[in-house]
Design a protein around this ligand. Structure first.
Ligand code: PHE
Length: 346
């Protein structure tokens, strides 16, 4: 029995015993190098081959090859086993518990008044109106005088407000934008069609239907040959777009210092259809806006010849429109920022 054969057998026994104990890939790699590498144990043993007899050499050669093949296969097998147990460990670690509650992302919404305003703006933009911004802090001149409400005019009492100085105040309506728009408009290039949305203020006691601040949308059309028929046609179209095609409009004579004639417009109740219910206070009608033909004095104060130019104007309350459309029964909901209220209009 050659001593090389014994050494190979010994190496085999030792290798087969230690291989199963290897627990990671780098240990396995060290193991492979220590046997099969250039300076490995098998390589060392085989260096003794040159001293063997011709009879012994093929026997030992076959034995060495057998061992090399076997240990190479076993190392490969072990490598796969280590890789798959590593993968299994990772998978176990990364398990997804689909029953865990998710992370909720709260999505904001536009305020219902903003939505209402934008919807109305959209309708008027489609009819070629421009949208103008106004000033919440206004002068007595534009808020009252230019609206044909001179000092001591009794109709001022209905629109008392917050004064900053004797001549500077929080505007009581969006109507001053009528005068400002006419002042700014170049009538040699054609007529004026505008709406002016915004916040207004009045000295008022807050309750379910009143607030010391609220929002209006003013409308004004001034051109040659504008008649009340244009006002009726325009408002008819807008109200039907907003409240439904089968709404009827009712026009009642009214009074505003800056329009003549003046009207208040009611729509047939969209809840009961006119039969009478709690929304329309059993009248079948809901008051929706004030309007009229622009008073000649208002035109003249903007430097327009009231014999040549005429116009119509209207003013509607944004809160009122939203309250009617969505059945909101307390105006204070608009201003309190309570998410339970706001989220209903997402
Ligand atoms: N400014 C009036 C108000 O606030 C509404 C209105 C506007 C009436 C334009 C007629 C024309 O009550």
């Amino acid at each position: 029995m050659s001593s090389l054969q014994e050494r190979i057998e010994a190496l085999k026994t030792q290798a087969l015993a230690s291989l199963p104990k290897l627990s990671d890939e780098s240990a396995l790699n060290d193991f492979r190098v220590s046997i099969l590498g250039k300076k490995g144990q098998l390589t060392e043993i085989l260096k003794g081959m040159k001293d063997l007899s011709n009879e012994e050499r093929p026997i030992i050669g076959a034995l060495a090859n057998d061992f090399r093949d076997k240990i190479t296969d076993l190392i490969e097998e072990k490598k796969q086993e280590l890789e798959s147990s590593k993968l299994n460990a990772e998978l176990a670690h990364e398990t997804l518990d689909v029953t865990l509650p998710g992370n909720m992302h709260h999505k904001g919404t536009r305020h219902i008044l903003t939505q209402t305003e934008e919807e109305i703006e959209e309708i008027f933009l489609g009819m070629g109106y421009e949208i103008v911004d106004g000033y919440e802090v206004e002068t007595d001149h534009y808020n009252f005088e230019r609206m044909n409400l001179p000092k001591d005019h009794p109709a001022r009492d209905m629109q008392d407000t917050f004064y900053i100085t004797e001549d500077t105040l929080l505007r009581t309506h969006t109507s001053p934008m009528q005068a400002r728009s006419m002042d700014a408009h170049d009538f040699s290039k054609g007529g004026l069609r505008m709406i002016a949305p915004g916040r207004v203020y009045r000295r008022d006691t807050d309750d379910a239907t009143h607030s010391h601040q609220f929002h209006q949308i003013e409308g004004l059309v001034v051109d040659k040959n504008i008649t009340m028929a244009d006002l009726k046609g325009t408002l008819d179209l807008v109200m039907k777009k907003m409240f439904g095609q089968d709404r009827k409009l009712r026009w009642r004579p009214s009074y505003f210092p800056f329009t003549e004639p003046s009207v208040e417009v009611d729509i047939s109740c969209f809840k009961c259809g006119g039969a009478g219910c709690n929304v329309c206070k059993h009248t079948g009608w809901i008051e929706i806006l004030g309007a009229g033909m622009v008073h000649p004095n208002v035109l003249e104060m903007s430097g327009l010849d009231s014999k040549v130019y005429s116009g119509f104007a209207f003013g509607m309350g944004q809160e009122r429109i939203a309250m009617l459309r969505y059945g909101i029964n307390d105006i204070r909901g608009f201003y309190q920022g309570d998410l339970r209220f706001l989220k209903q209009f997402a």
